[in-house]
Ligand binder design. Sequence first.
Ligand SMILES: [Zn+2]
Length: 155
Amino acid sequence: MNWRFGLILLAILSGSTGCFVRDVRWSPIRPPRHSPGRTYVIETTGYCPCGDCCGWERNWLFRPVISSGPNRGKPKAVGVTASGARAKKGTLAADTSIFPFGTVMYIPGYGYGRVEDRGSGIKGYRVDLFFQSHRDAAEWGRVKKKVTVWKNGAK
Ligand SMILES: [Zn+2]
């Protein structure tokens, strides 16, 4: 084992980097069969589970709490989405009045994702794409994409 691998292993085991989701179960996301989907132009942004992206900070006990708004100071379940699923690559946050939970999307450059989360700032034709690290989320930035949408993928 070389030192580089050791460092990566250490980073995974310690899991204390904040911008890390511990559960990385991989589940394939695929659109429903025999359905071409519909194309929308959607503004996409990247996010990760860190406090900057998800509005939380650590209190004096080092526990994550919500950092602003009416629920300020209340405990925050980091990495858990509004639908209760664990956030992972492929987790999308959208305006669920337009794209309900379970909607499958194909975003060029990102791949397949499924709407499992929402946010107060996510309204209209826009979607937040989950990334494991803040650097990857920041690199994605904010881009308009031609997104293929399968709403009938919704559960
Ligand atoms: Zn972040």
